[in-house]
Design a protein. Structure first.
Length: 192
């Protein structure tokens, strides 16, 4: 079965095909070609399903907004990086405990809930060692928390998939085009 043998390559290719239009949209818009810009608009609309696409929370390339916000892009790009990395460390990486995955999700969860409810978070330490608070997180913070979540997701899920696909029974391909050999007639195989 091809899927059982090449599941990581297939998954990595699918994630790559999902990430390419995110950075491809600004490039297509920057070309100035009306046909390519029409394709870019379709791409942008399709990605509305996956992200809020707020311009103030998005990255820009070539003067055009990417199709997802900075956090979503970091999640997808880090998951892709995790898929590629897993190809090299798959024999050494053990299955994680759920608690480690949850711990790595906490920074993004705190940031997301703080923005959703307008809760100020400490941003740093100012002069006199007082905390500097922020209500709206920065793009850098969104990228960092998204990348942590994306990489943690890949490195948590992929070992489970590895175990599932490595324990899948191997079914050899059949020779559908060849005729099956008939067993010769003998004492046990007599024709009746």
């Amino acid at each position: 079965m091809v899927l059982a043998k090449h599941w990581l390559l297939i998954l990595t290719a699918l994630v790559l095909l999902f990430v390419i239009p995110i950075v491809g949209y600004p490039y297509l818009m920057a070309t100035g070609n009306p046909i390519l810009q029409s394709i870019a608009h379709i791409i942008f609309v399709l990605y509305t399903i996956t992200c809020h696409q707020l311009p103030e929370r998005s990255l820009f390339l070539f003067g055009y907004q990417m199709t997802v916000c900075s956090r979503c892009f970091a999640i997808y790009a880090a998951f892709l990086a995790g898929c590629i990395s897993f190809a090299f460390i798959r024999k050494r990486l053990k299955i994680w405990s759920l608690k480690y995955f949850v711990i790595l999700c906490i920074p993004m969860a705190i940031d997301g809930f703080a923005q959703l409810f307008g809760v100020p978070l400490p941003r740093g330490i100012g002069p006199g060692f007082e905390l500097i608070w922020m209500v709206e997180s920065t793009s850098e913070w969104r990228i960092v928390t998204g990348a942590i979540f994306g990489l943690a997701s890949a490195l948590y899920v992929l070992p489970y998939l590895e175990e599932i696909f490595s324990s899948a029974p191997y079914v050899p391909p059949t020779n559908a085009g060849q005729q099956q050999q008939q067993q010769p007639a003998g004492p046990d195989n007599t024709a009746k």
